[in-house]
Design a protein around this ligand. Structure first.
Ligand code: TYD
Ligand code: ZN
Length: 406
């Protein structure tokens, strides 16, 4: 069956398939192993608009619901990131008077709570009831819904149009992106700005970070593809800023065409993308070969350690690691369990690979020989706090950008 681009409808030929995959955040109990939902994880590049995207998708209401496993407020580094983000938006884009700001996919309120504390009128739209409830308890005004045109119209009736629409790690989750931009257009003031950040295609390619590819990440944005998408709706990029979170993200600031000056960062980054071939098929064929090489190296290493009867434990039951464990065929006889601090994941099993997820205490009370760092995007923070594991002779295994023992 021909695949078509979700943004411009052109035909897409996937450049890579990872095979059958479970839901990245579908932690489960043994009773449910039998009925585990699987889909074909494939990714393609649209030649017409440059958008890199999944060519098979899981329906959003299967992913984001009242038992969503992911809480944004999981680390001090991320708390600090969102505090800085809020301060920057407040200083640059929130006008005086009676401003109003909207956040799409506001999760547990990690970003909006700063606006709430500053007394700024705000509204978070969050489809997963459990995380939305946590935000409400923090005093963040939250509506439990998927953001779409009808919701946008209701917001305008109730609050008026917004000065700023923000989204972090959310835009890339929305399959019907064109309609989402249309809905943003309804909710945003003509002189307002859209600010969002998501994992950046440039970093994914540069680091061979193939574990960013999973069901929730429908799109892998570049400036080129984001510019194309928003231009269709009368907007343009006015600023971009790389962010050292989630393994390399980009923050995009967008305004109505001609409304604001375009920063030099936009021009420079677009030129960089041209030089890197971010819209060329060959770039992605080379990426696929690097991914296959990375998988082979990790499998070989884990098999070698298993033969030596070394104990290997996973660190962080991340969504990303679902792609790694399933694509590399990692089983409980090579990785004993995965340590994770999220209560809702503990006692369950990882999607597809069915590695047990255990509380952090199981890691710290009995250090393994090796910790496989599934949460590599938090490497600095984790390695700094796990000095004792190192001192006890423990070693880290990482696989981004390359399979290495540290
Ligand atoms: P995250 O890095 O946000 O990745 P993803 O988007 O791929 O899910 O998730 C981090 C996971 O790792 C989360 O389940 C919490 C866990 N974690 C720990 O167990 N210990 C830690 O020190 C950190 C930073 C995270
Ligand atoms: Zn397209």
């Amino acid at each position: 069956m021909t695949k078509t681009c979700l943004v411009c409808n052109a035909a897409i030929d996937p450049f890579m398939s990872f095979g059958q995959m479970p839901q990245a955040n579908g932690f489960l109990l043994p009773d449910d192993f039998q009925d585990e939902y699987l889909y074909d994880l494939q990714i393609g590049l649209c030649d017409q608009c440059g958008m890199v995207q999944l060519t098979e998708r899981v329906e959003p209401d299967r992913l984001f619901h009242e038992n969503y496993a992911y809480f944004s407020s999981i680390s001090t580094r991320m708390e600090a990131h969102f505090e800085d983000f809020a301060a920057d938006v407040m200083a640059r884009y929130v006008p005086k008077g009676n401003p109003f700001i909207v956040e799409l996919g506001s999760n547990d309120g990690i970003l909006l709570r700063h606006f709430s504390q500053a007394g700024v009128r705000h509204l978070g739209i969050e489809p997963s009831a459990n995380v939305a409830q946590v935000a409400v308890e923090k005093g963040v005004n939250t509506r439990c819904a998927f953001f779409e045109e009808t919701v946008a119209r209701d917001i305008v009736v109730e609050y008026g149009q917004a000065d700023v629409v923000m989204a972090t790690n959310v835009m890339c989750h929305i399959p019907d992106l064109d309609s989402a931009v249309q809905a943003i257009r309804l909710v945003l003031k003509p002189d307002g700005v859209v600010i969002f950040e998501d994992p950046y295609l440039g970093n994914i390619l540069e680091k061979t970070a193939y574990d960013q590819i999973y069901d929730e990440h429908v799109f892998y944005f570049s400036l080129t593809s984001v510019q194309h998408l928003f231009r269709k709706h009368g907007y343009e990029l006015v600023d971009v800023a790389p962010q050292n979170v989630h393994g390399g993200s980009m923050r995009y600031t967008i305004a109505a065409q001609g409304q604001r000056a375009v920063s030099q960062a936009v021009t420079e980054q677009l030129a960089w993308e041209g030089g890197e071939g971010l819209t060329c098929r060959e770039t992605f064929d080379a990426f696929r070969r690097r991914v296959e090489h990375s998988r082979d190296a990790l499998v070989k290493l884990l098999q070698r350690l298993a033969r030596r009867r070394a104990r290997v434990v996973g660190y962080g039951a991340t969504s990303k690691s679902t792609t790694v464990t399933n694509y590399c065929g990692i089983t409980p006889d090579v990785v004993e369990f995965v340590s994770d601090t999220t209560r809702g994941k503990q006692g369950k099993f990882t999607p597809g690979a069915h590695l047990p997820v255990r509380p952090y205490a199981d890691f710290s009370a009995n250090y393994p020989d090796y910790a496989l760092l599934f949460a590599w995007n938090h490497a600095d923070e984790i390695m700094a706090k796990e000095k004792e594991f190192r001192d006890a002779g423990g070693k880290w295994i990482i696989y981004v950008p390359e399979v290495t023992i540290l």
